[in-house]
Design a protein around this ligand. Structure first.
Ligand code: DGL
Length: 290
């Protein structure tokens, strides 16, 4: 039996990480949990986020996951150390806004960050800035409502919210924008068009997938595997962010039945419809009751 990787997000956002994971771990069975009944996470408090994250992690372990990928910046910010402490026998990878790669590639050293309010007010985000922002000017924008509009596939609302939330970034004349929420990959074309030419978007899906693959390689070596789940793992933002049009790339990576299990706490039909409409993926989803 091959490796099972459990992946979760507050909803559909983590789907934007799946193609990178599939590329990095081509033989793994991916089990995805979308907590869409409770989305958005971005306006919840830390205790609530920790409780949901623990429940979903427990569910994914029960489906056989030996590696967990928290494909949600908000849940990572609130719950990663707790998840690792509760699952010492499991490698756990989180996702964080790519401050370091953004600063490295910004010519003007003015970068913007789009993320949820919960991510931006977290200690983890403050530490990320302290460690990697250097002398760069960082304009961080909490994009209230955007993840929900993406969950609903409401394109008019997405466009309006992107226009509103990118206004401070345009004003600050940033040349690089960090997508600090996995949902925002689905708004890439609106963000690109709102920011105009010459602005680069950075996301960390590939960095997360590479990190996950490296842990699997580590785990297959004779060295004590428990070490891979210690909280001292280097931050993901140390990897280079790469830019690509995720939805287009995803269309070339149709998951086949059998190596992908999809679960959602909201309507399975809605998740199936989202995957078909936004990714041209024909999947079948099951109800998640945790
Ligand atoms: N996709 C999530 C993230 O990466 C959370 C969005 C939300 O539910 O607010 O932060």
């Amino acid at each position: 039996m091959g490796l099972t990787v459990g992946v979760f997000d507050s909803g559909v956002g983590g789907l934007s990480v799946l193609p990178s994971l599939r590329r990095s771990l081509p033989r793994a069975r991916l089990v995805y949990a979308a907590d869409s009944a409770h989305a958005p996470y971005g306006e919840r408090d830390e205790a609530w986020l920790q409780d949901r994250s623990l429940r979903i992690a427990h569910f994914l372990r029960s489906r056989g996951a030996a590696l967990l990928v928290v494909a949600c910046n908000t849940a990572t910010a609130a719950a990663l150390p707790l998840l690792r402490a509760r699952h010492l026998d499991c490698a756990i990878v989180g996702i964080e806004p790519g401050i370091k790669p953004a600063v490295a590639q910004s010519a003007s050293r003015r970068i913007g960050v789009m993320a949820t309010q919960a991510t931006l007010r977290s200690q983890r985000f403050s530490r990320l800035l302290a460690e990697y922002a250097g002398g760069a000017q960082v304009t961080a924008q909490g994009c209230t409502g955007l993840a929900l509009a993406i969950e609903r596939g409401d394109e008019a609302r997405i466009e309006a919210l992107v226009d509103q939330h990118t206004a401070p970034l345009r004003k600050a004349r940033v040349d690089t924008v960090v997508l600090g929420c996995t949902h925002y990959a689905f708004a890439r074309r609106w963000i690109e068009s709102a920011m105009g030419p010459g602005v680069t978007l950075v996301d960390t899906a590939d960095a997360v997938a590479r990190r996950a693959a490296s842990l699997v390689d580590d785990a297959s070596r004779p060295a004590p595997p428990l070490e891979i789940s210690t909280p001292e793992m280097p931050p993901l933002a140390s990897s280079n962010g790469e830019t690509m049009n995720i939805p287009d790339a995803m269309k070339t990576l149709k998951p086949s039945e059998g190596d992908l299990e999809m679960w959602t706490s909201a309507s399975p039909i809605d998740l199936e419809a989202f995957a078909l409409r936004w990714l041209s993926w024909s999947i079948s989803a099951q109800p998640l009751r945790v």
